[in-house]
Design a binder for this molecule. Structure first.
Ligand code: A2P
Ligand code: 11C
Length: 350
């Protein structure tokens, strides 16, 4: 069988990468439809070297579509994906719109592929910072049991979309040209909020909106998505998770400092390294004698999750630190979405 595939948000930072990842995937594609807002209608993009005209998204855009890959923002997903499902499509949604719905599987294939079979037309792709953390920690959970996770993120500008990335480059340019030490920001930390701050040569400890709890919504996602993916219950207390999310002036690829405790206190750092390295999709880059460790610039364009600096907390038994890097636009978004679609096809679930 060959599949008609629609990419919703095809002109965006993630959408353009979905086009590339789909072209390189095992999915037999009959026809690809590239959907965006009215603003981009008529623009030409390429799929496998062939020009494809971008169309404005309407409910009828999904007539005859088998698979939808979507990354045009939560409100666009909420509006259009039910229309696509009504027309018989299976959607893999990279936004947060449906992630916490009980009948929507939230899937990182290497970690919880089995959840795909419970879909009712929508599969959710987790947040980028959650995906790379569960990739690094799932082998630890399976082999030694996980008790607690304390994560601090170093998140790239592209996580907030192409416009945020463009704004950071412009700020850096203006700063180096001596134009403005406090440029007028319009997008970051998050489009919808009242105040905006520059990211170039700065750090912003706010990703997404700040909630009354004191946590940002990105931090909330890391806590609850991790529990849903690893334990099948977003409120489980079986693993305790806390997070601090920070935007850093890096274009692409998120870094994470992850502190975790395991049930099996006999586990050594060497044991952790071994199981992390053996897990599909992970690459261990941990050779301190040769200064080898994961770095964002080396992860750009790669599908894998890179893990290093694995070391014990010498003052607490069964506790470790590690450093995790992945391309937020690929494993964190476009590749994990296409990988979910590949698995749905392979398992006969489309
Ligand atoms: P457009 O380029 O026409 O605005 P990013 O995550 O990089 O900001 O990209 C967002 C993506 O979502 C873009 O492809 C954008 O298309 C698309 N998009 C934004 N609003 C809508 C909408 N109302 N309907 C369909 N696509 C939309
Ligand atoms: C960021 N992690 O870096 C966000 C982007 O829930 O899919 C992805 C938001 C999401 O800003």
């Amino acid at each position: 069988k060959q599949y008609n595939v629609a990419i919703l948000g095809a002109t965006g930072a993630v959408g353009t990468r979905m086009i590339e990842q789909l072209a390189q995937s095992t999915i037999p594609v009959k026809h690809v439809k590239l959907l965006a807002s009215k603003k981009s209608a008529g623009k030409t993009l390429q799929f496998k070297g062939q020009p494809v005209t971008v169309e404005e998204t309407t409910p009828e855009s999904f007539d005859g579509v088998d698979i939808v890959l979507s990354s045009a923002g939560g409100s666009v997903s909420k509006k259009f994906l039910p229309e696509a499902v009504k027309r018989g499509a299976v959607c893999v949604d990279n936004t947060s719109a449906f992630r916490m719905e009980p009948d929507v599987p939230l899937v990182v294939p290497e970690v919880n592929e089995a959840a795909l079979k419970d879909h009712h037309g929508i599969v959710a792709n987790p947040n980028c910072s959650t995906i790379q953390m569960v990739m690094a920690l799932e082998p630890v959970r399976r082999n030694f049991g996980l008790k607690q996770i304390v994560v601090s993120t170093y998140q790239a500008a592209s996580g907030a979309g192409q416009s945020a990335l463009n704004e950071m480059y412009q700020e850096a340019q203006d700063f180096l040209d001596g134009k403005d030490m406090q440029p007028d920001a319009h997008i970051l930390p998050t489009k919808g909020d009242k105040k905006h701050y520059p990211l170039a040569f700065n750090l912003l400890p706010q990703i997404d909106v700040l909630e009354e709890s004191g946590y940002s919504h990105e931090e909330w996602k890391m806590i609850h998505e991790t529990k849903k993916i690893m334990l099948g219950d977003m409120n489980s207390q079986d693993i305790k998770v806390t997070a601090t999310c920070v935007r850093v002036p890096v274009p692409i690829a998120h870094g994470e400092s992850v502190y975790f405790t395991v049930e099996d206190e006999s586990a050594t750092a060497q044991d952790i390294m071994r199981v992390v390295a053996d897990f599909p999709g992970n690459v261990l880059e941990d050779d301190i004698a040769h200064q080898i460790y994961p770095q964002p610039i080396n992860a750009v364009g790669k599908r894998e999750t890179f893990v290093g600096r694995i070391r014990p907390d010498y003052e607490n038994k069964g506790a470790f630190n590690m450093w995790v890097v992945a391309d937020n636009l690929l494993k964190g978004a476009a590749w994990n979405t296409v990988e979910n679609a590949e698995r749905l096809v392979a398992l006969g679930l489309v």
